[in-house]
Design a protein around this ligand. Structure first.
Ligand SMILES: [Zn+2]
Length: 85
């Protein structure tokens, strides 16, 4: 079945739901997503590797291969600097 990607994006953004949950809400599965769907999703939102929340890609920071939101990138930078907070 066709996945309603804009609906998936609006459901995930600002939440910590998994992609599977958002797809399930439509009765869809990850296998239903086409490469184009994935590309649109990737360009719109990103999932922080550290806190698991979804953000607009404009807030994305990549740190040593991790995809982090602004808050987590800041926390990671502090830890990297010796844990001074
Ligand atoms: Zn984060």
């Amino acid at each position: 079945m066709k996945v309603d990607i804009p609906a998936v994006i609006s459901m995930l953004e600002g939440s910590c739901l998994s992609l599977g949950v958002a797809l399930d809400a439509q009765g869809a599965e990850e296998e239903d997503m086409t490469a184009d769907d994935c590309a649109v999703l990737d360009q719109a939102i990103m999932n922080c590797d550290r806190c698991g929340w979804w953000y607009e890609t404009g807030e994305m920071n990549t740190d040593g291969g991790d995809t982090l939101c602004g808050d987590c990138a800041e926390a990671a930078a502090k830890e990297g600097a010796g844990g001074r907070a």
